[in-house]
Design a binder for this molecule. Structure first.
Ligand SMILES: [Mn+2]
Length: 349
């Protein structure tokens, strides 16, 4: 389920690998020839730019779902630790090319994709996210996603042991991030089972989901998991977690760490879930991450990006937590949920 095509684009000879990864991912999602061609063109441009202007970077293709729904799209991510782009709007105009900045072709990427967003922090690097959907579902993916994320499997392995699910039902919106114990196939089986269970059980409260996951996953290795529900009409966020998943809430202008209980879901006995309840207002943001993100990562500063697409925020968090020299020591997954009313659209900012 969480199939990931990752290419470390360290020099221009690897640009075709990124294009091939995009083509394989597009085919596995059932995109038609025209959308596949658009994805391949975009992958080539992004990979070429990373080589030319950032000394290389990481290209990742995976399936992404429409927030809280079931429509699926191809999501491609380019991430580098280069000097960054000072003027992003100018870089997206055709014909723009300056030494030390990104070159031509980004305007073409923005036109080819159903959704395209570039975020650059001078001195830290650049992330770009592009999504490609089936023709009938393109409209569902045109706006920046309010919920999204990314997977980076350990060592370029094609499946992630971490899994992510966003689901709505009965007026509830639930996000789950699961980290299967260890890595490789058995870890992926456990976390994928958890994601499917959450997708099949929309409208279930987090503490109930947690208990039911514990029974569902008995025959697996088990998972660390975080579950959160956002209820925008009641301005309420509910959270419960077991094991090592980072959970950071930006609420009312400051960051708070939401704590999980120790344990493994699916193994031994599960203690009574401890549920945290917080308010949830426009401008608030929740970040969940597996332990592939270094424990020293601090979210401060990421809140400035909360009007961006959720996967762009997740990618920027991953970028800023590491460097070109650092290779994660475990599967990494980062998920971001922002309030539907973005801080720039009124409400409290
Ligand atoms: Mn892990």
């Amino acid at each position: 389920m969480t199939r990931v095509w990752e290419v470390s684009v360290t020099d221009s000879t690897l640009v075709p690998d990124a294009a091939r990864a995009a083509a394989e991912a597009a085919r596995s999602l059932g995109l038609d020839g025209a959308r596949t061609d658009a994805a391949v063109l975009t992958a080539s441009e992004l990979a070429t730019n990373m080589c030319k202007y950032a000394g290389g970077g990481r290209f990742v293709a995976e399936e992404a779902r429409e927030p809280w729904g079931s429509a699926r799209a191809l999501q491609m991510l380019a991430l580098d630790h280069g000097p960054g782009i000072r003027d992003v709007p100018a870089a997206l105009r055709d014909g723009f090319s300056t030494a030390g900045s990104l070159g031509t072709g980004l305007g073409a990427c923005a036109r080819a994709a159903d959704f395209f967003e570039l975020q650059s922090s001078p001195g830290r690097g650049t992330v770009a996210v592009a999504r490609f959907a089936r023709p009938a579902e393109r409209a569902l993916f045109e706006a920046p996603a309010v919920a999204g994320g990314l997977h980076i499997p350990l060592g370029g392995y094609p499946r992630s042991g971490d899994a992510l699910a966003f689901r709505s039902g009965a007026g509830r919106r639930t996000v789950m991030l699961a980290d299967g114990l260890g890595h490789g196939e058995p870890a992926a089986e456990a976390s994928d089972l958890a994601a499917r269970f959450v997708l099949d059980n929309g409208g279930t409260a987090p503490e109930v989901l947690l208990r039911r996951l514990h029974e569902e996953l008995r025959r697996t290795r088990g998972i660390a998991v975080a579950l959160a529900e956002v209820d925008e009409s009641r301005h309420r966020l509910t959270f419960c977690g077991v094991g090592n998943i980072g959970a950071r809430l930006y609420r009312g202008g400051r960051w708070e760490t939401l704590l999980s209980q120790p344990g493994i879901v699916g193994a031994f006995s599960l203690r009574t879930p401890v549920t945290a309840r917080r308010e949830w207002w426009p401008g608030d943001m929740l970040v969940l991450h597996s332990d592939g993100l270094p424990s020293r990562w601090r979210p401060e500063g990421i809140e400035r990006l909360r009007d961006h697409d959720a996967a762009v925020v997740a990618a920027a968090a991953f970028r800023d937590s590491g460097s070109a020299a650092r290779t994660p020591r475990d599967d990494t997954c980062v998920a971001v949920v922002t309030h539907t009313v973005r801080s720039g659209q009124g409400g409290e900012a």
